[in-house]
Design a protein around this ligand. Structure first.
Ligand SMILES: [Zn+2]
Length: 293
């Protein structure tokens, strides 16, 4: 049973050090059949682009696999708004705004930040947003051993389970850095690799002094008026890691709504009845939430 949110400082339990790749965990490693993981090379740094893209390495070629990867919302006028790298203190203002619009989005969260801010994750979950895995330490997964990739994903999944009592079925590789080895690990752990087809580039605002914040809403305005983007729905990438990028959400949501897009969680837009292993949560969410929070 979880403690009342008012007295939780950090996530209860024993967790790896924050913001560093976690150590291999034998219990986690045993969940994966290594003989069924495609043998893509371990990168020393990224990008490390081979002459031939044998292992569908997104970082170099934007390669995706239709049998495993979620790339966009299939139905035109569906929009999966995704926010990465939280939960942070800036997530709260995003949640305040989304509540006023009754809009549900998907948060790909960092395990270290879940440890730091479990009460913010609880609020996001309780509001009906989708919670998904974005690794423990935000490392480039193709540079990590299979054991560490497993630990990156499982510690984050378990931190989410400890905070909000659900097991997420969706994951996103940091920087979009994934190949067939990462796909196979995620899939064996019961997670669907989820990328994006439209990048707001808001992350550039963190260290590019020439980046103008108005370009973020500008990108959304261009996308909704581009006839070539009307054939399918989309999944866009933004971040609640920084104050200035979180502050863009109240600017971009009205652009999508005015263009008649339905903003949906990723699992909803791809027709998955639940974002979590615990299916019953999607059937009676009000009852379920009362039981666990
Ligand atoms: Zn990220």
């Amino acid at each position: 049973m979880l403690l009342p949110t008012s007295i939780i400082a950090v996530l209860p339990g024993t967790w790896p050090a924050q913001s560093a790749p976690p150590p291999a965990n034998a219990n986690y490693t045993s969940l994966v059949d290594r003989s069924k993981i495609r043998n893509a090379p371990l990168n020393q740094a990224t990008p490390n682009c081979p002459a031939t893209d044998t292992y569908c390495y997104w970082t170099c070629t934007l390669c995706t696999r239709n049998d495993t990867d979620i790339i966009r919302c299939p139905n035109s006028l569906d929009w999966g708004l995704t926010l990465d790298d939280g939960p942070t203190s800036f997530t709260t203002s995003v949640l305040d705004y989304l509540d006023t619009q009754n809009v549900k989005v998907t948060f790909f969260v960092i395990g270290s930040n879940v440890y730091e801010n479990p009460e913010i994750l609880q609020r996001a979950f309780k509001a009906g947003h989708q919670i998904a895995v974005h690794t423990w330490s935000h490392t480039a997964l193709t540079t990590q051993s299979t054991e560490v990739v497993i630990a990156e994903l499982k510690y984050t999944s378990d931190a989410i389970k400890a905070a909000v009592n659900v097991t997420p079925k969706y994951m996103r590789p940091p920087f979009g850095d994934y190949d067939d080895r990462i796909r196979d690990i995620a899939t064996q752990l019961g997670m669907k690799p989820t990328i994006w087809d439209l990048d707001s580039n808001d992350w550039m605002s963190a260290d590019d002094p020439t980046f103008q914040l108005s370009w973020i809403a500008g990108n959304f305005n261009e996308w909704v008026s581009d006839p070539t983007l009307k054939r399918t729905g989309h999944i866009s990438l933004e971040h609640d890691l920084y104050n200035q990028t979180a502050a863009q959400i109240p600017l971009v949501v009205p652009i999508l709504l005015k263009a008649n897009y339905s903003i949906k969680t990723v699992h909803n837009c791809v027709g998955d009845s639940s974002a979590y292993v615990e299916m019953w949560l999607s059937i009676q969410p009000a009852v379920a939430i009362d039981l666990i929070i």
